[in-house]
Design a binder for this molecule. Structure first.
Ligand code: CO
Length: 210
């Protein structure tokens, strides 16, 4: 298995080199991605592949069920580096339909550590129980919950001091929520984008209240 993987790597690097001889030296010198992607660890949703992006074009953080925990040092370190050092312009929180993490969060079964990890999704399921109850079946409920988890993730990213600081200094960075369909390979925009304008409006409301 590993030998197969290494052989595929040799073939890929050779093909890349043949297409563009300075490809690897160019990428080795600098990464300047426009995008930071927060997605699910699911092997069927690789950021570069589904977004049609080449190496060097997207900085990636993935975890089970693409959850934005506001105390996740791994995610926060990647987010800070993406915003403050790489100056990415677009941050994408991407969930997917048929997510095993979302499914686990809706089951009344013990999953060990995953139950701690997935707690924010359980909380969302309780908060939106009435809305979710209107869905026709369990699969549709879970897919709607996957969407809600993305919208919540976008909100949480925007609330981090990292984004608040970036917007305060005038950085033009936006946060978007997308959902990927395993059945059709399509990314859908959940229309929950937040950018500097939204932040400025919130600031002026705060100032008006004070
Ligand atoms: Co998933």
């Amino acid at each position: 298995m590993l030998n197969d993987l290494l052989a595929r790597n040799v073939a890929w690097s050779k093909q890349r080199y043949d297409e563009e001889p300075d490809y690897f030296t160019r990428l080795a010198a600098l990464q300047a991605p426009e995008f930071f992607w927060i997605g699910c660890s699911d092997s069927r949703v690789p950021a570069n592949v589904v977004a049609g992006l080449d190496p060097g074009e997207v900085f990636v953080h993935r975890n089970v069920a693409n959850i934005v925990h506001s105390s996740d040092m791994n995610l926060l370190s990647a987010l800070e580096f993406a915003v403050d050092a790489l100056h990415v312009r677009e941050i994408i929180v991407c969930g997917h339909y048929g997510c095993g993490g979302v499914k686990a969060a809706t089951e009344d079964l013990p999953h060990g550590l995953a139950d701690h990890w997935l707690e924010p999704i359980r909380r969302l399921a309780r908060s939106y129980a009435v809305d979710l109850g209107r869905e026709p079946d369990l699969e549709a409920q879970r897919d709607r919950l996957a969407e809600l988890n993305v919208v919540e993730g976008v909100r949480r990213v925007c609330e981090t001091p990292i984004l608040q600081r970036a917007w305060r200094r005038g950085a033009d960075v936006r946060v978007h929520g997308l959902i990927y369909g395993l059945k059709d390979g399509r990314l859908r925009d959940l229309d929950c984008s937040i950018g500097p304008g939204h932040f400025q409006a919130a600031q002026s409301t705060q100032e008006a209240v004070q």
